[in-house]
Write a protein that binds this ligand. Sequence first.
Ligand SMILES: Cc1cc2nc3c(=O)[nH]c(=O)nc-3n(C[C@H](O)[C@H](O)[C@H](O)COP(=O)(O)OP(=O)(O)OC[C@H]3O[C@@H](n4cnc5c(N)ncnc54)[C@H](O)[C@@H]3O)c2cc1C
Length: 382
Amino acid sequence: MEFELSEEHRLLRKTARKFAEEVIRPAAEECDEHAKYPHEIIEEAKKLDFIAPAIPQQYGGAGMDFLAQAIVIEELTRGDPGIAQAVTARIFGCDMLLEFGTEEQKKKFLVPVAKGDWVMGSAITEPEAGSDVASIKTRAEKKGNEYVINGTKTFITNGSVADFLIIFARTDFNPPEKHMGITAFIVEKDRQGYIAEPLKKKMGIRASDLAEITLKDVQVPEENIIGQLSMGFYHLMQFFSRGRTAVAAQAVGIAQGAFDEAFKYAQERQAFGRHIVDFQAIQFKLADMATDIEAARLLTYRAAWQISRGGNPAREASMAKLFASRVAREVANEALQIHGGYGFIKEYAVERFYRDAKITELYEGTSEIQRIIIARSLLGKI
Ligand SMILES: Cc1cc2nc3c(=O)[nH]c(=O)nc-3n(C[C@H](O)[C@H](O)[C@H](O)COP(=O)(O)OP(=O)(O)OC[C@H]3O[C@@H](n4cnc5c(N)ncnc54)[C@H](O)[C@@H]3O)c2cc1C
């Protein structure tokens, strides 16, 4: 493998692991049970630079690389996936601002987000357009120097806690092909006509915020456009490698967290006069789980390392996400199996990991979409 963790990465991993064990894990059950957004933990995370590890210091971040970001996501998630998502996804969509934002937009919007004082999100999905991003129907019509936005966005991470969202809307209603004519707008939460409806009844990562956003005649000035008019889809495509690698890191953290629980439990629980870890059937499960996790971690770190070196590894990021998310689901399932009936009861953390694992196969492109990308790349089509 070409990459190696630096001393800085190792130290970061140690600090993040300690934070996950001492601060995140004790709060996990309550945040999950009540779908509670962990404001106090976020304040603590800010002090340790866990909000924006890879955003340059000049814009309020910690100035490390993307591998550092992946390490933070993995380690915090190992403590609890829901709380970790609430902490590490506060900057979701920041790459659009970093890459395509004007200097003014960066100062006004990116800096407070990177410092952890503000929250942002990225709103692409609509009730009738998820995987098929280019089919979005939200409209932004030009009136003088302003755009008037109408539409509905659903499943928006941070939707009801965000200070602003990047909203993707159609600005060309008759483009030569549907990928054209989509524009990215910064829309602040206090604009008239912006309505956020929290979606609390979710299966996993319940400490993180999710909402449906309705936009009714929301007026935004022209200077809120990020990047080029009508190029939003193409701008967005440049960042999926980052988002997917981040979800892969989340999946590795979930798998490792579930494994830790099972490994501990197997050494405590007795059956037929022996600790269950002494049964070869359990040892083989643990061996397979540990091997799969290591493979998922290596794929994830490789993609993160390529991004750190300025690459945009579409195939590697999709492979990492596809594989790591499957490992998360399968390892969480085996970890629960090792707990027997107790795994089915909410007091045991493994039950949460089992529910939390599923999301990694769904967002930032479902597993089916990852396979399409990998296959296209194999065929030389991307
Ligand atoms: C907790 C959570 C957080 C989210 N956060 C955000 C967010 O912050 N911002 C945002 O914009 N979105 C967000 N999403 C939305 C998420 O990205 C979408 O749910 C996802 O992309 C899938 O879209 P869909 O739900 O419309 O499913 P669909 O696209 O309707 O897919 C349904 C099924 O059909 C399959 N399918 C679709 N097309 C194909 C194809 N061409 N070939 C084979 N199979 C196909 C899919 O893989 C899936 O199995 C979030 C979702 C959740 C659940």
